[in-house]
Design a protein around this ligand. Sequence first.
Ligand code: COI
Length: 335
Amino acid sequence: MTKIFAYAIRDDEKPFLEEWKNAHKDIDVDYTEELLTPETAKLAKGADGVVVYQQLDYTPETLQALADAGVTKMSLRNVGVDNIDMDKAKELGFEITNVPVYSPDAIAEHAAIQAARILRQDKRMDEKMAKRDLRWAPTIGREVRDQVVGVIGTGHIGQVFMQIMEGFGAKVIAYDIFKNPELEKKGYYVDSLDDLYKQADVISLHVPDVPANVHMINDDSISKMKDDVVIINVSRGPLVDIDAVIRGLDSGKIFGYVMDTYEGEVGVFNEDWEGKEFPDKKLADLIDRPNVLVTPHTAFYTTHAVRNMVTKAFDNNLALVEGKEPESPVKLDQD
Ligand code: COI
């Protein structure tokens, strides 16, 4: 009997895993709540493939241990593949899939909601409410329709974000090195990032964490932006030099920062720090600022997205183990 073993299954994923299991009674599905590590790799022994998700790196040691357990067909439940040692995966003959599109709306909606909250100074207003300070001033909002919204990266998520912002009445401009022909025809693209920085009141990042994009938001790019700019990063922490953003917030150049991803997030996000020493002073300071909205990489975290992540990852893994073409194979030669 074909066997698929899943790692790091959370409680919120279990109903969707059971749903898939019920629809595939001829497949033996087993799982653990533990992450995939060199130590836990042996749990997959006897399986034909594994379904995984973790922010922890898939190190050469982890991949080797999995291969030693006889498993080289690995299906991620998420989109990002930046934490996989691709050279080692290739060397060991791994076949890998991810779920590139599980719910662009989940992430785009979160970016849009947070952008609107920043523009209306909602966090400041909430803090006033909590203190029973019911005065209006000086907590005045900016309307979305008065903003030029600059979208960097016009893939699935970027496009949904553009639609939502247009629904609010904003003027949307975009930049991408891979232009979408439909969007190009409609005239959304500016010629360069500098053009976008010069024009946009709100800037949202929707590009992957490839070397060329690391710290694309830095002192130099911020200096080219309009005063009172709002920056949104619901994509990947390393896209932003956070020290440069802090300098921009301190000087007043940046009106607000939306942060769902953070360069130092691994091991800090998705943990309960209540009553414990908080491990990152910079992050604590960002969380406390009235014009910074921090969420712990939860833009994706909706029932719609989680169902798709589980179902599509299992579908992909079944295709791999049955020698069929999976819906979304990962190219192991990443540029
Ligand atoms: C991804 O799918 O790569 C994400 O960023 C969401 C992840 C935290 C599950």
